[in-house]
Design a protein around this ligand. Structure first.
Ligand SMILES: [Zn+2]
Length: 252
């Protein structure tokens, strides 16, 4: 069994020059990758790539920092895209009080509407939450039937226990950073059955490539770090996290 990149943005303009090669390397080294939209155009793109490449799956939605683009028409089109056979979740959606492009209330409304959409089309969600843990948890708990991935999980192990049990936690390059004490502690304590590995490419590149562009095959550095922290064979990390990603995204 191979690793999975459960969260990347190969549709980003930073891959304009060599996207085909990035996909090719990913297809050789990984089981599959999940490409994530952040607005309607990138969600359309992610479905296009999933049609072109068997190992690419798509997630469609509007990111909290792009939520001003969300309206009835966008929602209608997202719903159509969500019915595509390669669409595996609604995302990434949530709250971002760090960049705060839009007011909290506007963000919360867009988040709730997309949680409702996920419930309607019966797909899991991919959650983005920055400096907004309390409000994120409030909204997640309003939708007990929805499951998903808490992407780039920013909290402690203790706060993770307040996340509904249907969610798994996305862990990426941050874990390899020198100042990652909170995330290292989180990995020490959390059961591996609730962890999926991600890159968030082109962002958050793990050591030893920190500062350069990230790409899906770098999930291996995150897997190695988890194995080291948990003191288990890397093969076990690969097997369990890949099974977790298949289960949560319902990929056979
Ligand atoms: Zn992302």
């Amino acid at each position: 069994m191979k690793l999975v990149d459960s969260h990347c943005h190969v549709n980003s303009s930073q891959f304009e020059e060599d996207r085909e090669e990035v996909f090719k390397r990913a297809s050789e080294e990984l089981e599959f990758i999940v490409n994530i939209g952040n607005d309607l155009p990138s969600s359309e793109d992610t479905i296009k790539y999933s049609e072109k490449y068997p190992f690419v799956y798509g997630v469609v939605g509007v990111h909290p920092t792009d939520i001003s683009t969300y309206n009835d028409e966008v929602e209608k089109r997202l719903e159509e895209l969500a019915h595509h056979e390669k669409a595996v979740a609604i995302g990434e959606i949530g709250l971002d009080y760090y960049w705060m492009e839009d007011e909290k209330e506007v963000q919360k409304e867009g988040f709730r509407r997309q949680m409702r959409l996920a419930e309607k089309v019966n797909l899991p969600v991919v959650i983005h939450s920055r400096d907004a843990m309390e409000d994120t948890l409030t909204i997640l708990n309003e939708f007990p039937n929805v499951k998903g991935v808490f992407h780039c999980y920013p909290g402690s192990f203790e706060s993770a226990m307040n996340v509904p049990s249907g969610y798994v936690f996305g862990v990426g390059g941050v874990l390899t950073f020198k100042n990652a004490r909170k995330t290292v502690e989180f990995i020490e304590k959390i059961d591996l059955s609730r962890v999926v590995i991600e890159t968030d490419s082109p962002y958050l590149t793990p050591v030893p490539f920190r500062g350069k562009r990230n790409e899906p095959i770098y999930v291996k550095y995150v897997a190695e770090k988890i194995a080291e922290i948990k003191n288990i064979p890397v093969e076990e990390v690969i097997k369990v996290t890949t099974e977790n990603a298949k289960r949560i995204y319902n990929i056979k």
